[in-house]
Design a binder for this molecule. Structure first.
Ligand code: AHR
Length: 310
C-alpha cells in the first residue's frame, strides 16, 4: 500500500510535482515514530508528495518498496536501511533509472558510493564515544577500580548497533577498570530490552552487574521496568547509559533512574527535504550530513530547560 502520496501526475507547479518515495524500516521505537513524523511534516511543508512504505523491520520489504518507487518513477528515493549490507543490486536499478537516492538515518556498506547521492544521519560512532567518555568520567568520580558492563545492543548488522559498540569500545576497551561481561541483542525494541534484562539478572544477579550500556531508549526503558521490580526487593544502583533522548528517558535521567542519555535526533526530515530540493534543482549536494548532537548526564544541571527530550 502506498500512502501519503500527492500523486505525481495530478499535481502541477515546481515543488508540487516532486514525489519522494520513502522506505521507512519499521516502527520499532518512539525514535522511529518521531522520525517518520518528521519526514511527513517536512515533505508537507516543502509541498512534496510523499509515497511512504513501512517495511516492518524486513529488508525484503524495503527492497520491494524501492523497486515500486522505481516503477512509479518518483523523483527521489529516500530510505533508512535496516541493516548495512545487501543494497547494491536494488540501488544499481535506481541508478540505472536515473533516480537519485538519499540514505537517511542508518547507512549502507558498499564499495560503490555512486549508488547514492547523500547520506543524512547521526554520527553513531561519536555517540558510542560519548557513552564511553561519560563512563570514564563516572568511574573517575566514583574511584571505581572494576566495573562489569552489560551491553544491550540494537539490531545486529545495523549501523547504530555496530558504530555505537565500536565507539564505546574504542574509549573503554583498553582501560582495565572495565569488563564487558556480555553483549546481547535487544533489536532496538522495548519488549526485547525487558527480556534481555530479565535474562541478564537471572545469570548475574543485580550484584554481578555494575553498568548497563543500552543502544537505545526503548530497550533501556524496558530494562528499567524489570529493574524497578527488582529494586523493590532491595537491589543496588547500576550506572545506566542510553542513547536517543526521548522524553521518557530524559525524564528518567531527571528522576535519577538513568545516568547518561546520549542524544540522537530523529528530526531529520527538514535536512532530507532540503537535499531533495537541491538535487531536483540539479545542484551539487554534500555527500554526508551529520546533525549536531551531545549528551545529558548526572554531571549536568538537569533543571536547565535545555535538558529536554523529544
Ligand atoms: O537508527 C536509529 C536507531 O533506530 C535509534 O537509536 C533507535 O531508537 C531506532 O530504533
Amino acid at each position: 500500500l502506498l500512502t501519503g502520496c500527492a500523486g505525481k501526475q495530478e499535481t502541477g507547479g515546481d515543488s508540487a510535482s516532486v514525489v519522494v518515495g520513502f522506505s521507512q524500516l519499521g516502527a520499532e521505537s518512539s525514535w522511529r515514530i518521531a522520525n517518520t513524523v518528521s519526514m511527513e511534516q517536512a515533505a508537507k511543508a516543502a509541498g512534496y508528495g510523499l509515497m511512504m512504505e513501512n517495511a516492518n523491520q524486513k529488508q525484503e520489504k524495503q527492497i520491494d518498496a524501492i523497486r515500486s518507487f522505481i516503477a512509479y518513477r518518483v523523483d527521489v528515493i529516500v530510505f533508512s536501511p535496516i541493516v548495512q549490507t545487501g543494497w547494491d543490486n536494488v540501488l544499481a536499478e535506481a541508478k540505472q533509472a536515473d533516480i537519485p537516492v538519499i540514505i537517511m538515518d542508518r547507512m549502507i556498506d558498499t564499495q560503490d558510493d555512486s549508488l547514492y547521492r547523500a547520506y543524512v544521519g547521526a554520527d553513531f560512532y561519536a555517540e558510542g564515544v560519548r557513552a564511553g567518555e561519560y563512563l570514564i568520567r563516572k568511574a573517575d568520580t566514583l574511584g571505581a577500580d572494576h566495573l562489569r558492563i552489560v551491553e544491550i545492543c540494537g539490531t545486529t548488522g545495523s549501523t547504530p548497533m555496530q558504530d555505537r559498540q565500536r565507539g564505546f569500545m574504542d574509549v573503554i576497551g583498553k582501560d582495565e577498570r572495565f569488563t564487558v561481561i556480555e553483549s546481547v541483542d535487544g533489536d532496538f525494541l522495548q519488549s526485547k530490552g525487558e527480556e534481555c534484562m530479565r535474562e541478564l539478572l537471572q545469570k548475574y544477579g543485580t550484584d554481578g552487574i555494575d553498568v548497563i550500556y543500552s543502544h537505545n531508549d526503548a530497550m533501556t526503558l524496558g530494562a528499567l521496568n524489570v529493574l524497578e521490580k527488582e529494586e523493590t526487593a532491595g537491589s543496588k544502583d547500576m550506572i545506566i547509559i542510553t542513547v536517543d533522548g526521548e522524553k521518557d528517558a530524559v525524564d528518567a535521567l531527571k528522576a535519577g533512574k538513568i545516568n547518561c542519555v546520549v542524544q540522537c535526533t530523529p528530526h531529520l526530515g527538514p535536512s532530507v527535504m532540503k537535499l531533495v530540493r537541491d538535487v531536483t534543482a540539479g545542484k551539487e549536494i554534500p555527500k554526508v550530513y551529520h546533525p549536531d548532537e551531545g549528551a545529558f548526564s548526572d554531571f549536568d544541571d538537569l533543571t536547565d530547560p535545555a535538558v529536554e527530550g523529544f
